[in-house]
Design a binder for this molecule. Structure first.
Ligand code: GAR
Length: 225
């Protein structure tokens, strides 16, 4: 099996990138993380990647203030140098230009901490709490020009609890991100994803059955006359 050469793009902690690295340690996983690329030299995830023997690179976005094209040319050079075929955005906090996104169409995925199309953008957990939703979660999607708008590959839902804090909810979602992202990248790398009329279609992937409800709808108490 030839494994697809993946770059994980990070801006900070890199816990999703670490989950991808862990999955790729299995030789049967269809992707190898050939590069961890950060737009910040102080991203904590870089040290973790290096400690696992994974190649790392930094293209400081701050050095290209106001020059997004120049920033992306520098990133493309790193991606080409490492023979990258697929990009996994993993907490990469820069918006990419339409040109960059078009060049990587169908080959770039992102993980977002909400059940898209609910709560695109930032502060998703605080916004979910403020909106009072009972289910929240994360989404892996193909990246298209519209931010957080591309075809959805996979989603995981978690309950929002009555006494939740933003931190508790974020942690519950993050646990699911770490399970979902390696699976979704594996499906893309194995060629199990195609896009039809703007919708991602998966082949050979087991679909969940049943339903997740919160609160649990137990049978209502019967009042006897
Ligand atoms: C993750 O929760 C990820 O879903 C989110 O940033 C966090 C990065 O954590 N991404 C976005 O908000 C992208 N818009 P990590 O660096 O530990 O993976």
């Amino acid at each position: 099996m030839t494994r697809r050469r993946v770059a994980a793009l990070i801006s900070g902690r890199g816990s999703n990138m670490a989950a991808l690295l862990a999955a790729a340690e299995n030789p049967d996983y269809p992707a190898e993380i050939a590069l961890v690329l950060s737009n910040r030299a102080d991203a904590a995830g870089l040290a973790h990647a290096a400690s696992r023997g994974v190649r790392t690179a930094v293209v400081e976005s701050r050095a290209f203030r106001g020059d997004r094209a120049g920033f992306e040319v520098a990133m493309e050079a790193e991606l080409a140098r490492h023979g990258i075929e697929v990009i996994a955005l993993a907490g990469f906090m820069r918006v990419l230009t339409e040109g960059f996104v078009a060049r990587w169409e169908g080959r770039m995925i992102n993980i977002h901490p909400s059940l898209l199309p609910a709560f695109p953008g930032l502060d998703t957990h605080a916004r979910a709490l403020a909106a009072g939703v009972r289910l929240h979660g994360c989404t892996v999607h193909l990246v298209t020009a519209g931010v957080d708008e591309g075809p959805v590959l996979a989603q995981a839902a978690v309950p929002v609890l009555e006494d939740d804090t933003e931190a508790a909810l974020a942690a519950r979602v993050l646990t699911e991100e770490h399970r979902l992202y390696p699976a979704a990248l594996g499906w893309l790398a194995a060629g199990q994803v195609r896009v039809e009329q703007g919708r991602a279609r998966l082949s050979g992937v087991a679909m969940a059955k049943g339903c997740l409800a919160n609160p649990l709808p137990s049978a209502p108490a019967l009042s006897t006359p």
